[in-house]
Design a protein around this ligand. Sequence first.
Ligand SMILES: [Ca+2]
Ligand SMILES: [Ca+2]
Ligand SMILES: [Ca+2]
Length: 137
Amino acid sequence: MTLRSISGFAAVALTIVGVSAPAAMAKPAGGASAVRMIDTDNDGTVDMKEVQAVASATFDRLEKDADSTLDAKELKGRLSKSGVKSADPDSDGTLDKNEYLAAVAERFKMADPDNDGTLDAKELNSKAGKALVALIK
Ligand SMILES: [Ca+2]
Ligand SMILES: [Ca+2]
Ligand SMILES: [Ca+2]
């Protein structure tokens, strides 16, 4: 390998690291910090009520044009196109608060494989748990 190709490789590697670093760095503490963010009664787990409270506040924060619904733009990537579609039973292309909270509830259930009604840090750190956090934060 010439010096030139090594530095070229390093530049590519840095680019890759640069793109993926934020997500990778958030991983270890992800579940615990998500619990802290949502766990208002400080019992170390997150229940549906706590999640719905955060989700409700997030809805109000994102809902900028005061039409009582969130469109894909307001959701800012929290849901993919197909995610919006499946969370939108009346198919008007936007989510009202009930639709949004129903989507949140569905993700909560998916993130709770032991069905005890609460999510601990480990459950929040699972793929389904992260999907839930991504939707409500
Ligand atoms: Ca709690
Ligand atoms: Ca709708
Ligand atoms: Ca659980």
